[in-house]
Design a binder for this molecule. Structure first.
Ligand code: GLN
Length: 306
């Protein structure tokens, strides 16, 4: 039943890939197959369902921002976070610089956009940026239950070479005191985190932990506290699809996080984790077919949290 639903939804929405575009601003991402589309559903009872290109590797990109955020919340009080980064939705694009100068006492609006995510890395525990990066990478490996997850070196080099906007954001934040550490080392950690390679299965497996209030569905161990899960799901709902979050809350209504690699990680609380991949993006940098697929699935299974 679920298998048929997934296959039908992919078939119905694959044509959307033609309406969007690859994230060519990261040259290496322009090599992706534009009409790829896949989904993996991981229910909290352990059942899994998959269809299409669910096993095609893609880079996690901004989906890594929720893992950095989880680490920040584990390592700091929320008030420490608020001194540097807030949790306010943004009506500008994910790489916007404008608000850093004019609003919010120079604090990035939220951890789901580039400025906020870059600043988050500094707040993670670790004596060096390398250690902070390792902590976040290990969290991705442990939540996805996949110890083999690693960086795609070509995408990493491509990001590093062309990441001038991120460099601008980071140096600006250094000038206002939001960032206090070495900017180039911080950016290096950020570029690596964005370039981590995953599949729909990996992100669905991370999502199902959040759907299960932070407990492993394999052995019941607490991987993230329930309190942190609530915070993360709230911020995913209000900021996870950048300036597309409001519309997405209306059309899908499931806490989610997108990335320009084409992935969307979606959490249906108490029910399932979902991983979708479709690298053709809409104007806001969200998978164009991926959003349509999730809209159909949410409607069919009545997943909206609202
Ligand atoms: N690596 C990308 C960037 O920094 C991540 C952005 C995204 O996924 N929205 O621009």
């Amino acid at each position: 039943m679920m298998q048929n639903i997934l296959e039908k939804i992919l078939e119905d929405h694959r044509h959307w890939t033609k309406e969007g575009a690859l994230a060519t601003y990261i040259p290496e991402l322009s090599k992706q197959k534009i009409d790829a589309l896949g989904i993996y559903v991981h229910e909290i009872n352990g059942e899994v369902y998959k269809a299409g290109e669910w096993n095609t590797p893609f880079t996690i990109q901004s989906i890594s921002k929720i893992i950095s955020f989880i680490c920040v919340l584990q390592d700091n009080s929320i008030d420490t976070l608020y001194k540097k980064i807030t949790v306010a939705p943004s009506s500008d694009g994910f790489n916007s610089i404008v608000n850093l100068e004019t609003k919010n006492e120079h604090r990035p609006l939220n951890p789901m956009i580039n400025s906020g995510a870059i600043a988050c890395i500094e707040l993670v525990s670790g004596n060096t940026l390398e250690e902070k990066y390792e902590r976040i990478l290990n969290m991705i490996r442990s939540l996805s239950n996949n110890p083999y997850i690693k960086v795609n070196e070509s995408v990493y080099l491509s990001e590093k070479e062309t990441g001038d906007r991120n460099r601008a954001l980071a140096y600006f934040m250094k000038s206002t005191g939001t960032i206090e550490t070495n900017v180039e080392e911080l950016l290096d950690a950020y570029f690596r985190l964005c370039s981590i390679e995953v599949t729909c299965e990996d992100i669905a497996s991370i999502a199902v932990v959040l759907a299960n209030d932070g407990k492993s569905i394999i052995d019941g161990r607490e991987l993230i506290s329930k309190k942190i899960c609530k915070t993360v799901k709230a911020v995913m709902t209000t900021c996870g699809l950048y300036d597309g979050s409001g519309e997405y809350a209306v059309s899908v209504g499931v806490p989610s996080k997108s990335g320009v690699g084409g992935g969307i990680l979606a959490v249906s609380p108490g029910k399932m984790g979902i991983g979708v991949f479709g690298p053709s993006l809409d104007a806001k940098g969200n998978s164009i077919a991926g959003v349509k697929v999730l809209e159909s699935l949410a409607k069919k299974l009545d997943l909206s949290i609202f």
